[in-house]
Design a protein around this ligand. Structure first.
Ligand SMILES: Nc1nc2c(c(=O)[nH]1)N[C@H]1C(S)=C(S)[C@@H](COP(=O)(O)OP(=O)(O)OC[C@H]3O[C@@H](n4cnc5c(=O)[nH]c(N)nc54)[C@H](O)[C@@H]3O)O[C@H]1N2
Ligand SMILES: Nc1nc2c(c(=O)[nH]1)N[C@H]1C(S)=C(S)[C@@H](COP(=O)(O)OP(=O)(O)OC[C@H]3O[C@@H](n4cnc5c(=O)[nH]c(N)nc54)[C@H](O)[C@@H]3O)O[C@H]1N2
Ligand SMILES: [Mo]
Length: 770
């Protein structure tokens, strides 16, 4: 018998086709105009051999090999569910009593699933918050540098996260759009919280058809869909701030800056102008100055500056550009350039980030409250910047400067992760592996034997979203999607909520955690809350039973005549509608930021020579700039064992993209297996040639599961191709302390000898009993 049930995921909405308790196929949600290909991998991963079937404890942990012992090499021993909840409860009580609540690191960064009730991270935060608290993580790996910076400059992070000027306004009013990092099609396959409609490329197409001229500045030609006929300017990675400063120089030299706007709507223009012209530091930031830095000719720099000042311009950058050394600076300077053009808040003009980073940015829609599990307070109030985990573990009791504060590092005795994978997302995994060893106990909730589960002490098997009921919702999509349970839980998998409820029971607060609701009661409760919020904004919604039976609800479309431009009221009247900055204006010089006293992030945007880039002396030893970009074949590490990602690999290894002439110069040929290395680590990768890549740059997608030849040994070769054994773990600056994965130099050589097998898609070594 075949059963078809509505479902949703970060990689798209679909109906699951179920036969005899197995998901055998999927078909895209009928209302999705451009269904993504990633849903094809769903049946493979749900029933993958690397699903975790029972709870496990690391043998060494049971033997007392805890703080000071490297994780990842020991066998796992199965443990019954009731025993493991008691074991965890006892360890949580010990850590809280002996070391305090902040000794539990519960940041648990990660995307979890699209379902908003069974959101693993949200559930864990609720559990830890109600239990007394934990140390949290502030901001996101995606755009931490931008999150710290932009409130100082524009008074909001909406320009980074949404609601941004929509594509209806761009198509109607912009003449030209400058896209740093392009508008890569593959990024639109994904929406956090899941989307019913993938309108990413639909938006681009409408703007292109409306005649908007697209300028793409990026090392990689494929960052722009071919059919948009964009003009491509390859740029050396990490040098966008220099390019933008030189464009500003030319605008000033030509008298093209909008002096009225710079006076009425901005503060600090004189300080920035003095830096651009060299009046303050003796170094004019001319196109000739920027040419050798960026690899773009002075004529081309001027042509781009001319293009954006000759026509109404929208300026954008992908989030990737700020995940690099001093990543705050290109975002600040792009904002400054938009201010110089006087476009901020004018219809379809100005600046916003991420149109090319995720589905839903700038999709015209009515603002509807999103459906969510309300956040729980963290009573300790303790946090670190999102990517400071290794530094925190390395220096208990230390402090780190972050956005004007001195953030203390706790003495971490327990790490708990649910719904995220630091052995996917964090930089310099060998350094993380050493720091990770310093803690007593590591608990991981995971459906699969991912690298983080393999580096845990206690592993709890989690259901996938197909094994439970939930509701998907995103602030960037107009659909609310029912996620019906399609199959029973696989083997011993349990819902994260149920694991935590049982542990809360041992600790004496089950009822506070569950509020005495089961799954169904929670979904109805959260739905009613959401329904009331919708009603308050004048939007009518069906009741729960109607919604659940329909499988989805669609918000009313925006009025076709309306187009949304961010900062429009401010543009019309900056006095009546000031920004939420100290001056109420756009801060081209920020007294607040200057007051932090960070030399690398002064009061206005600057060019800093990156730590790692093709202009560095180390480029003689490590001649390639590695960009570890988002994968087209999966979401981060999720879906890696599925057919879409597997079909893309070369002899089972993650591809590395290189210009054919670079390959020839190194004696390499397509499909060779390469050893990619630097002083931090090494991995294997399969060579793929591409003429549309700047020479000297190589690209590897993130997300191939970390598979060290010798698990638990720092520096061991990753045989599968996880780029994070190569990336550096350095904050973007003291201002943002964001991850800087994109600033990374590597060398390559052909891998000779027998190819070691990829073992990470099968379970680790398991011992049935002690
Ligand atoms: N080098 C480099 N590194 C990067 C980046 C880069 O550009 N370059 N990008 C960074 C960015 S922007 C991001 S957002 C991060 C992404 O980093 P993560 O969000 O940590 O990556 P995911 O693989 O999505 O991790 C989610 C994990 O949750 C698990 N999971 C899914 N559903 C459930 C569930 O219901 N319950 C439980 N318990 N677990 C579940 C999945 O199996 C998976 O292991 O990576 C960052 N790392
Ligand atoms: N299919 C798929 N889509 C995804 C994700 C996924 O895992 N899979 N992850 C989602 C998440 S969590 C996030 S945060 C977003 C991230 O979205 P982004 O950060 O925008 O994505 P990236 O692929 O890292 O980078 C986009 C492009 O930027 C270019 N680039 C890199 N460095 C530079 C530079 O210095 N200068 C210039 N001008 N260009 C540069 C690269 O050529 C790269 O292809 O993607 C989301 N979308
Ligand atoms: Mo992200």
């Amino acid at each position: 018998m075949t059963v078809i049930t509505p479902h949703a995921s970060h990689w798209g909405a679909y109906d699951a086709i179920v036969e005899h308790g197995r998901v055998v196929g999927v078909r895209p949600f009928a209302r999705d105009p451009v269904p993504g290909p990633l849903i094809e991998s769903v049946p493979d991963v749900v029933h993958a051999a690397c699903r975790i079937d029972r709870a496990y404890v690391r043998r060494g942990w049971l033997e007392g090999k805890r703080a000071g012992h490297l994780r990842g090499g020991d066998p796992f021993i199965p443990i019954p569910a009731d025993q493991v909840t008691r074991l965890i409860a006892a360890e949580v009580s010990r850590v809280r009593a002996e070391h305090g609540h902040d000794a539990i690191f519960g940041g648990s960064y990660g995307w979890s699933s699209a379902g908003r009730f069974h959101h693993a991270r949200g559930q864990l935060h609720r559990f830890l918050g109600l239990g007394g608290g934990y140390t949290a993580q502030m901001n996101s790996y995606s755009y931490a540098a931008g999150q710290a910076l932009l409130p100082h400059v524009l008074g909001t992070n909406e320009v980074l996260l949404g609601r941004v000027t929509d594509w209806a306004a761009i198509a109607r009013h912009a003449g030209v759009m400058l896209c740093l990092g392009g508008l890569p099609l593959k990024n639109g396959q994904v929406t956090s919280g899941g989307a019913g409609a993938s309108e990413y490329s639909v938006n681009f197409r409408k703007a292109a058809e409306a005649g908007v001229r697209f300028l793409c500045v990026s090392p990689y030609l494929a960052d722009m869909p071919e059919w948009m006929h964009a003009e491509w300017t390859p740029i050396r990675p990490g040098t966008d701030a220099a390019l933008l400063l030189a464009m500003a120089y030319w605008l000033i030299a030509e008298g093209r800056e909008d002096r009225d706007f710079l006076t009425s709507h901005c503060t600090g223009w004189d300080r920035l102008a003095a830096y651009v012209t060299g009046a303050s530091d003796g170094l004019p930031k001319t196109p000739d100055w920027a040419a050798p830095i960026t690899g773009i000719s002075a004529e081309r720099i001027i042509a781009i500056a001319r293009a954006i000042s000759d026509a109404p311009a929208m300026l954008t950058a992908t989030w990737s550009i700020q995940r690099a050394d001093f990543g705050e600076q290109p975002f600040w300077m792009l904002t400054a350039l938009a201010a110089m053009l006087g476009g901020i808040g004018k219809p379809g003009q100005g600046v916003a980030f991420g149109y090319g980073s995720i589905n839903g940015m700038g999709t015209p829609r009515r603002e509807i409250p999103s459906f969510s599990l309300p956040a729980t307070r963290n009573p300790t109030g303790r946090y670190i910047s999102v990517s400071s985990i290794t530094r925190m573990l390395e220096s208990p009791g230390g402090v780190e400067s972050f956005n004007g504060r001195e953030v203390p590092f706790p003495d971490t005795r327990m790490i708990w992760w649910a719904g995220g994978n630091p052995f996917h997302h964090h930089q310099d995994l060998n350094r993380l592996l050493r720091a990770w060893a310093k803690t007593d106990t590591i608990i991981v909730q995971e459906p699969w034997w991912t690298a983080v589960a393999r580096h845990a002490d206690i592993v709890l098997p989690a259901t996938t979203s197909l094994e439970r009921n939930d509701i998907a919702s995103s602030g960037r999509d107009r659909f609310l999607r029912a996620m019906h349970q399609a199959i029973p839980p696989i083997a011993g998998a349990r819902n994260d909520h149920d694991w935590l409820a049982d542990i809360a029971d041992e600790l004496g607060y089950r009822d506070r955690f569950t509020e005495q609701r089961n799954e169904n009661a929670w979904l109805r409760h959260l739905f009613d809350r959401w329904r009331r919020a919708c009603a308050a904004t004048g939007v009518e919604t069906p009741d729960f039973d109607r919604f659940w039976a329909d499988g989805y609800w669609e918000a009313p479309p925006p009025e076709p005549c309306r187009a949304f431009t961010q900062f429009a009221e401010f543009a019309l009247d900056p006095v009546a509608h000031p920004l939420d900055t100290p001056s109420g204006k756009i801060e081209l010089f920020s007294e607040t930021v200057a007051g932090f006293g960070y030399a690398e992030a002064p009061g206005h945007p600057v060019w800093n020579t990156p730590r790692e880039w093709l202009g560095a002396p180390e480029a003689r030893r490590f001649p390639f700039h590695l960009l570890s970009f988002q994968p087209s074949t999966r979401l981060h590490g999720q879906l890696d064992p599925g057919r879409v990602a597997m079909a893309d690999k070369i002899q089972g290894r993650e591809p590395i993209i290189m210009h054919p002439e670079d390959a020839a110069a190194h004696g390499l040929a397509a499909c060779d297996i390469l050893r990619v290395f630097n002083d931090r680590g090494a991995c294997l990768a399969g060579l793929r040639l591409n003429e549309g890549l700047l020479r000297g740059v190589v690209m590897m997608a993130t997300g191939a599961w970390f598979d060290p030849l010798e698990p638990g040994v720092p520096g061991s070769l990753c045989v599968h191709g996880n780029a994070n054994v190569l990336t550096a773990d350095v904050g973007t600056s003291r201002l943002g302390q964001g991850p800087s994965a994109q600033s990374c130099l590597v060398a390559v050589e052909r891998f000779e000898g027998a190819l070691p097998p990829v073992r990470v898609h099968a379970p680790p070594v398991i011992e049935e009993a002690m």
